[in-house]
Design a protein around this ligand. Sequence first.
Ligand code: DAT
Ligand code: MG
Length: 150
Amino acid sequence: MERSLVLVKPDGVQRGLIGEAIARFERRGLRLVAAKFIWVSKDLAEAHYAEHKGKGFYDGLISYITSAPVMAMVWEGPNAVAAIRQTVGSTKPWEAAPGTIRHDFALEVGRNLIHASDKPETGERETALWFKQEELVEWARAIDAWVFEK
Ligand code: DAT
Ligand code: MG
């Protein structure tokens, strides 16, 4: 079972798209592991986006992610990382497939609404960065056997 960090970023929160995003992940069959609504500190923003330090868009990215609260979540499921990135759509909204969140609600790469982990290892690392162990909820749903084959 894979896990992915998902953030509804400040533009998604301000535009009232938290519920829209959650509904799509629930409908896909993913299982919620953790959630919290927080104002991101500069330290957390820099740790989260460390791989982009030095790039031209880095300063704008840090000010964007710290500009209003975010809805931070962990979702799990088989192939969760790839499935979630598919539901979110390509980084550049104008390249995102129709029906994806970024296609349906966004136009700009710097206002692309959602963060999702890019690899299973990133999912584990980002989950540990954003959540304490005791914030991660292990549970079974009554419908799990009808969504998860094993
Ligand atoms: P993703 O969020 O799809 O994983 P990423 O990890 O390559 O994309 O980049 C992180 C964020 O940085 C992305 O959501 C928006 C911003 N970003 C990426 N490339 C950019 C660019 N060329 N210009 C401006 N912002 C960019
Ligand atoms: Mg990324």
